[in-house]
Design a protein around this ligand. Structure first.
Ligand code: COA
Length: 259
């Protein structure tokens, strides 16, 4: 169905593999459109509990937006490219109702790192290299990188990465808090699935509420504490809360229904 993505399932985990290996999985327009569709479908598919995004091959997660497609753009087209990308892919992922893990298996540059930054959790293989090299092209990051990287690693480190355009290693990214774990390439998907499977044991509607509340901590003009109170309150009306608390009191494992 997709030309630039491979979709695979392992139980309730959906794998989305960016599949343009000859271009180091660079995000062209077609790939972004497919990513929008795949993510939207995954968020609305009851059989999917969580999504793991990775890149095809051993070299790259995603080496950025496809430079060949925007080389002749003017400011209007550039603005359109960025705002469409934010709305249709990057914000969609960040605000998703299911956990999304980026399994960074190689280069994650420019839009590729921004894609990983939009995910809820990042894991890298030890060969991965990450960076926002846009200023070396005469641009700045345009898919949320200036905001999400800064929030994650702090202004000083973000500015150094963005202004030098240099790549950092997986271990440096780990030290910065940019990725949560570094493992060998062979172990990358196993580790991502292990974390996802732990999340999938939990109450799905509570997981969705937690994502919403944590996201609110970094949204401007939003009182995250009020969002937390509202999401906390919402949980009390779910059957999963009744099940989770009853199972605890009855000393058994809960059987959540996403209701
Ligand atoms: N957009 C379009 N094509 C890209 C790309 C991108 N972001 N990144 C890599 N490619 C293409 C190359 O043009 C090349 O295509 P070709 O074989 O048709 O010439 C192919 O992918 C392989 O890349 P290549 O540069 O030959 O591999 P390398 O091992 O020498 O270098 C990188 C790897 C990642 C260092 C290098 O590809 C690179 O710097 N890419 C651009 C990174 C970037 O600036 N991203 C931000 C974009 S906003």
């Amino acid at each position: 169905m997709f030309q630039n993505l491979l979709i695979d399932y392992n139980g309730r985990i959906q794998h989305i593999i960016i599949n343009r290996e000859s271009k180091l999985n660079a995000l062209n327009k077609a790939t972004l459109a497919e990513l929008h569709t795949a993510m939207y479908d995954a968020f609305h598919n009851d059989r999917v509990g969580g999504i793991i995004i990775t890149g095809a091959g051993q070299k790259a997660f995603v080496a950025g937006a496809d430079i060949s497609e925007f080389a002749s753009f003017d400011s209007e087209q550039g603005g359109e490219l960025a705002s469409q990308g934010h709305a249709k892919v990057f914000d969609l992922i960040e605000n998703g109702n299911k956990p999304v893990i980026a399994a960074i298996n190689g280069f994650a540059l420019g839009g590729g790192l921004e894609l990983a930054l939009a995910c809820h959790i990042r894991i890298a293989s030890d060969n991965a290299k990450m960076g926002l090299p846009e200023v070396s092209l005469g641009l700045i990051p345009g898919y949320g990188g200036t905001q999400r990287l800064t929030r994650l690693v702090g202004k000083g480190r973000a500015l150094e990465m963005i202004l030098t355009a240099d790549m950092i290693t997986a271990n440096e990214a780990h030290q910065y808090g940019l990725v949560n774990h570094v493992v060998s390439q062979d172990d990358l998907l196993t580790k991502a699935e292990e974390i996802m499977n732990r999340i999938l044991l939990r109450a799905p509607l509570a997981v969705a509420s937690a994502i919403t509340a944590v996201n609110a901590s970094t949204q401007t003009g939003v009182d995250g504490f009020q969002i937390e109170i509202a999401e906390f309150a919402k949980c009390f009306d779910t059957l999963d809360f009744k099940e989770g608390s009853t199972a605890f009191l009855e000393k058994r494992k809960p059987n959540f229904k996403t209701k």
